[in-house]
Ligand binder design. Structure first.
Ligand code: HEC
Ligand code: HEC
Length: 633
């Protein structure tokens, strides 16, 4: 019924559709001019409520016009885009655009913008006129789009689509997708060379970057780098050199000693030779012993490449590197444990600017020194003068005056100050509340084998989406209290101080807000494909017995089972079936990530025969069906 009515209204045009969607998903609405909320010009949008109900804006990305007079922000938790006059330091207009904006880009003349919607699976086309934004169209691009770039003329957009591992090309005028290229796992950051020749894409979960010939529309090369959690990428104007802010998993257990040596994980700025030259990449390690960097996210480079800036969300700062007097100590094709000693006391080449909040994407103005920082937790754009390494202005985007319990939890979740010597935050491993797909030994499985590099006691980072509903916790399922699990996370995974009871409450309140994006493998009407239907029957049949353990609303029975993956020296016997919701995006699979794909798991270590000893071997087509069903969960 509701669906029918909805469709009928859509015929009235895109504007109506947008308004309907937004009115449905966002409990507030606003059209801002300056600081004072204006009445909504569209009667379908409820009028702005009191400032107490204002949402956090949480800017995760930004785009600066070529002349430096306009700036757009992607406001992740507000579902909006703000148009900012960066010189006057004020918001000109704000528009609701869709579900979880994640990336923005602007045409050279500053008249057209685009915004990706991470949970909305579309690209919004924005028109900028008379200091106002309007939504001119919306193009479906695929699941979990984030990074986006626009050609100078605004005619073509390129989008990194995270859950389908693709880069998508969009004809913005025709409002349609005109090409798809396979990238690595979870492409996220994306940048277009200023001359429009090349695209650089950072694959967050496959230790690679993809270089695309944007005109010929083909993958030029895939370059392996020594890094994980790839975030923003940048291309120098020469079109030959790329930069990416990333983390590096070093694999050692989370003892204080390992953390301090940089052997658990560390932050890096990686430089890539896009033309296939040698060395293919080089790194700068960012961590200072005793006062590390955490969650490298944004990167910006000056036209002459003499100035480089990296934001670190977990340590609330921007790092500025200068190579105008002396070269930077790049290390080819490997990295140091810690920052190069020669930078440590060089106040010219290396500066740290504390900004508070969670600095995310960066944009450098054409003057090569005015640096704009999207600060997610500060609900603001910050302006840093790179020459003096000082914060010169904060432009508030708006937000509630007081922090809710869940927002306080979100702050804690992203705060590396809660770990030993500020090396990392919860978000480093549980990226955006999900998983970065890596494994770590967080001393949570009861093994006491701390001295050596012990592959077997490493565990894959579980997603935290709906985690409040899927106890008991940890892979072994020995942890029956989520509150106690939080204490362990702070004191063992992070080796930080014991959290106050209030902190634990706040963190759990934040975890309760984490949910899955909509399933991209469902039919348009939300139903299952014929193959997935057959898979569902199989899942519930005696032949597989999958649903004896994976059952109920979260597809886990909350019990412990022996499934043939146990080790003789396990401290806890058996494992807790993980929820299978969103399992298409939880790779690699099983507690140590030993299976790269669902097929690998179900053909090998988690086949029906090996799990219970009762199940039967599946035929190829049965396996296909079962996987189709699993993907639809
Ligand atoms: C160094 C990486 C890392 C960091 C940092 C980290 N975790 Fe984890 N987390 C893991 C791993 C690995 C596991 C699985 C441990 C196991 O099962 O033995 C896990 C398990 C969990 C679980 C249980 C999930 C489930 O479904 O059973 C929760 C909840 C959790 N972490 C929350 C947090 C919070 C909150 C923080 C910050 C205070 C945090 N983690 C910091 C890696 C990390
Ligand atoms: C006896 C209980 C049991 C049965 C039956 C069972 N599972 Fe599991 N399943 C588990 C447990 C326990 C784990 C975690 C094991 C580990 O990682 O060590 C798991 C893990 C998985 C995973 C990996 C999830 C992830 O996030 O890594 C998938 C996928 C899965 N099961 C699917 C199935 C399917 C499909 C079937 C039927 C063919 C099935 N399971 C049958 C208990 C069971």
């Amino acid at each position: 019924m509701i669906r029918r009515r909805f469709r009928a209204r859509v015929v009235n045009g895109l504007g109506a559709m947008v308004v309907l969607i937004l009115a449905a998903v966002v409990p507030w609405a606003l059209v801002r001019g300056g600081d004072a909320p204006r009445p909504s010009p569209n009667p379908a949008v409820p009028s702005p409520s009191t400032s107490r109900d204002e949402p956090h804006r949480s800017p995760i990305a930004l785009a600066l016009s070529a002349d430096g007079t306009r700036l757009l922000t992607a406001n992740q938790t507000a579902g909006s885009v703000s148009l900012v006059d960066p010189k006057a330091g004020r918001v000109l207009h704000e528009l609701l655009t869709g579900e979880k904006p994640a990336g923005v880009a602007l045409s050279r003349d500053g008249r057209r913008g685009v915004v990706t919607h991470w949970y909305g699976y579309d690209l919004g086309v924005l028109e900028l006129k008379d200091d106002r934004l309007s939504l001119a169209g919306r193009i479906e691009v695929g699941p979990e789009p984030r990074g986006v770039a626009l050609t100078a003329d605004g005619a073509t957009a390129f989008v990194a689509v995270g859950a389908s591992n693709e880069v998508v090309r969009v004809d913005v005028n025709a409002r349609k997708v005109t090409g798809r290229l396979a990238a690595g796992r979870e492409p996220r950051g994306l940048a277009l060379a200023p001359d429009g020749s090349r695209l650089l894409v950072g694959n967050a979960r496959s230790q690679t970057v993809t270089v695309i010939d944007a005109r010929a529309w083909r993958v030029e090369r895939t370059i392996p780098i020594d890094g994980d959690n790839l975030r923003q990428v940048a291309i120098a104007p020469d079109g030959k050199t790329g930069y990416v802010a990333n983390m590096k998993n070093r694999g050692f257990p989370t003892t204080r000693n390992n953390i301090d040596l940089g052997w658990v994980l560390g932050q890096r700025l990686t430089r890539v030779d896009l033309g296939g030259g040698s060395p293919s990449f080089a790194t700068l390690s960012l961590d200072v012993r005793g006062k590390a960097a955490a969650d490298a996210h944004g990167v910006a480079v000056s036209p002459d490449q003499k100035l480089l800036a990296v934001s670190c969300g977990g340590t609330h700062e921007v790092m500025i590197f200068r190579a105008d007097r002396q070269r930077l100590p790049w290390r080819a094709e490997s990295s140091r444990d810690l920052i190069s000693p020669e930078l440590l006391n060089d106040d010219h080449r290396f500066r740290r600017v504390l900004l508070g909040g969670r600095p995310t994407e960066l944009a450098l103005a054409a003057d090569g020194k005015t640096l704009y920082v999207a600060n997610y937790l500060a609900d603001a754009i910050q302006v840093v003068d790179a020459d003096s390494a000082r914060l010169v202005r904060t432009i508030p985007l708006g937000g509630p005056r007081t922090l809710s319990l869940a927002r306080r939890g979100e702050v804690l979740f992203h705060d590396a100050a809660r770990s030993f010597n500020q090396w990392y935050s919860c978000h480093t491993c549980h990226s955006d509340g999900h998983t970065n797909g890596l494994d770590f030994d967080t001393l949570n499985d009861g093994r006491q084998d701390l001295s050596t590099f012990h592959q077997r006691s490493r565990k894959k980072v579980p997603t935290l989406r709906r985690v409040t509903r899927t106890g008991p916790w940890t892979w072994h399922g020995w942890q029956t209290s989520l509150e106690d699990a939080m204490v362990e996370s702070f004191t063992k995974s992070m080796q930080g101080p014991k959290p106050a009871a209030e902190d634990v409450k706040a963190l759990v309140a934040y975890l309760a807000t984490l949910d899955y994006p909509k399933n991209p493998f469902r039919q348009p009407d939300g139903g299952l494909s014929p193959s997935a239907q057959r898979g569902r029957d199989l899942f519930r049949s005696a032949k597989t017995a999958c649903n004896t353990c994976h059952r109920g609303p979260e597809l886990t029975d909350g019990k412990i089972h022996i499934v043939g993956l146990e080790e003789p020296d396990d401290a806890y016997r058996g494992y807790n079936p993980p929820s299978l919701r969103g399992v298409y995006d939880k790779d690699p699979y099983l507690h140590d990530g030993r299976s790269r794909t669902l097929r690998d798991a179900l053909k090998g270590p988690h086949s029906p025969e090996s799990v219970t000893g009762l199940g039967e071997e599946l035929t190829d087509s049965e396996l296909e069906d079962l996987i189709a069903y699993l993907r639809s969960l």
